[in-house]
Design a protein around this ligand. Structure first.
Ligand code: SF4
Length: 140
């Protein structure tokens, strides 16, 4: 297996794990997923990092250093929103439910509910954990 094939395998493994972590799925049209996986693999080959293939970068090395668009990008980690349509719901739409009101994803796609809101967001608390903490705080 050559380096590019190994990198593609790494990306495919990562995609599978991120789907489990977030409760989302890859796009129902295989061509979309293949294109994004191919773009991530190319960036891994060239830059040694999985830089998002759906953005324009005046300087890719600088973008790697900034880390905002390393997959999973900040929007995926915080809001479960994938600009590239790699991680989506069963209809192929990106999740917009958690986005800030001024985010362009809401204008483009409208409100798209998260099929697994209990999973996959940075800093997310499970309701049971919040209840436990509150119970401890208010108990005498
Ligand atoms: S938009 Fe974010 S989560 Fe989606 S492929 Fe690009 S970097 Fe990855």
């Amino acid at each position: 297996m050559n380096q590019s094939e190994e990198n593609q395998k790494l990306i495919l493994n990562y995609v599978e794990k991120n789907c489990v972590r977030t409760g989302l799925q890859t796009h129902p049209m295989p061509d979309v997923t293949e294109a994004v996986v191919g773009g991530l693999t190319n960036h891994l080959n060239l830059l040694k990092r999985p830089l998002c293939p759906c953005q324009f970068y005046p300087d890719k090395q600088e973008a790697v250093q900034e880390r905002t668009w390393l997959c999973p990008c900040d929007d995926m980690k915080q809001y479960k929103y994938c600009h590239c349509l790699l991680f989506v719901n069963s209809e192929g739409n990106p999740i917009t439910e958690h986005l800030p009101k001024d985010h362009d994803g809401l204008t483009t796609y409208g409100l798209v509910a998260d099929p697994a809101p209990e999973k996959g967001r940075k800093g997310q608390h499970r309701p049971t954990e919040i209840k436990t903490a509150e119970a401890k705080t208010v108990s005498p």
